[in-house]
Structures are given as structure tokens and as C-alpha cells.
Design a protein around this ligand. Sequence first.
Ligand code: NAD
Length: 293
Amino acid sequence: MSLEIRKIGIVGAGQMGKGIAQVCALAGYDVALNDVSPEKIAAGVDGVGAMMGRAVERGQIDAAARKAALARVSPAPSLQALGDCDLIIEAATENEEIKRTILVDLCPTLKPGAIIGTNTSSISITRLASVTDRPERFIGVHFMNPAPRMQLVELIRGIATEDKTFEAAKQFIAKLGKTITVSEDFPAFIVNRILLPMINEAVYTLYEGVGSVEAIDTAMRLGANHPMGPLQLADFIGLDVCLSVMQVLHEGLADSKYRPCPLLVKYVEAGWLGRKTERGFYDYRSGTPVPTR
Ligand code: NAD
């Protein structure tokens, strides 16, 4: 069965889905973008156009490349519309039940040779693969945020992932001009296993009153040379995503050192999810980020 990848289906047109769509379309792939409603799908396609527009303004791509790439991105009104895709990247909300439902519904519509990749930040690839009809053609393809700018993609094999699936995914990422690192299938893989406990610790530092939002971010930007402070980064990632990853680490590794900070839980319960809701550790509503603590 041929594994040549020409058309990519993306399920979930949020910040990651849009970024992945942009990268794939610019690399010459046809892209079909799906989400839960026609409005979200349309917003996703428009969002890809807007992101590429900003890339043109910054001189990263030229206007002709944007136009050609945008012509390759189409809306997929349902999972059935992904039946002609060679690779489907699931980039929906970081919630195992949501992802399992998508995968179960998706499989009957796919070509027999199609590969499924998931962009999950933390959930077991083996467990997600087990609900599909093709665990041997299932792989973790973990892009970083923002996908167009970040060089790394983590590849994670599930227990059943075949070598030719891994090779096809590797070639696909190379065609995108990105670099892979390979992680075993353990909670949160490599990048988030290290990054998210650091962010969670920053929230504990805030929770315990060791420093203010500004003090913590300044400390890590200037004291550890991080390009962004950990709380600024948490807002950028999305506090719901941060909490989900910590919960997966906590449950998956059963170690209290991964206990999500109660203050992180409180922000998520308030719906203060960071940049995407315009409020998190900073308030973005006035245009200039103002610390919320
Ligand atoms: P997001 O909240 O911006 O977008 C998620 C999208 O999924 C939403 O548009 C939502 O409507 C859609 N969705 C929910 N249920 C769906 C369904 N049944 N069918 C189709 N679409 C559905 O989240 P995000 O930050 O783009 O994260 C998406 C995935 O990427 C998650 O698995 C996350 O862990 C992972 N990821 C996130 C980051 C990050 O920094 N935010 C980085 C790497 C990977």
C-alpha cells in the first residue's frame, strides 16, 4: 500500500490546527480543515489567510506564495470530507474523550492506507491508537506553538506503529523544512515533560507569594535567558492546555511532584485561559498586557 502523502486533513482549527495548515500548504500539500461547526471552520481558513498575511508583512514569505498556499487550503465540513486525505492530523482540544470520539468517527471514512497523526501534547499515543482501526498507521506528530515559527516536531511511536509509518512521517516533516526529535510514548513526551513542570512551578511561585507575575517573568527572562517568562508562555500556550498536560503527567506517572498548582486550576475554572480568551496571568484586553496578580 502506497504511503505517498499528498493531501493532509486537519481536525481542529484552533491555534495549532491553523498553524499546521499554514506550514503544510506552504510546503505544497493540499489541506482540508475541519472543526465542530461551519463558523469555526470558516474562521480557521480565514485565520490561516491572516497568519500568512502577517508572514508576508514580516517578509517571511512573498505575496505570490501566500496566494498559492491559500488556494490549497479548503474547508472540510465533516469528517467524511477527509476521505481523500493521505495523512490526517488530529489537532483538537487536549481532552482524551474528545480525541477518542473523533478517532472512532474518523476511521470509517478514511482510505485504507491513510495515516493518522495526533498533535496531542501529552496523551498516550498507544491508547489513542487503540481506538482506531489502524494502530500500525498511527503516530504522534507533535508540532510546537507557533507551528510556522518553531523548528521542532516530536515524533512518537505507539506500541504498534510500523516502521514505514514512522518513515513516512519523518519524510513529511523533512518536506516541511522542520527537524524531528524522537520520543518514547510516555506522558507528555520530552518537551512538555520538562517545560510544563517548570511552568507549573512558576505558578506555585506566584501562588505562594514568592514573587509577582512581573517579578517571576523578569527573573526567568533576564536570569535564565528565556525568550519569554514562564507565565507569559503559559498564557501563550493556553492555561487549559497547561492544566491538561499537568493532569496527564500527574495521573500517568503517579508522582506528587506533578500536582497541578491550585492557582492554575482556578484560572482555568474562571475561563481565564490566556491570550485566546484575552485574560490569563496577563490581561490583554487593552492591547498592552497587564499582570492580573
Ligand atoms: P485550541 O483550543 O486553540 O483549538 C482546539 C480546536 O479543536 C478548537 O477549535 C475546537 O473547536 C476544536 N475541536 C474540539 N472538538 C472537536 C471535534 N470533535 N472535532 C473537530 N474539532 C474539534 O487548542 P490548541 O492549542 O490548538 O491545541 C490543539 C491540540 O494541539 C491539543 O492536543 C494540544 O495539546 C496540542 N498542542 C497545543 C500546543 C499549544 O501551545 N497550545 C502546542 C503543541 C500541541
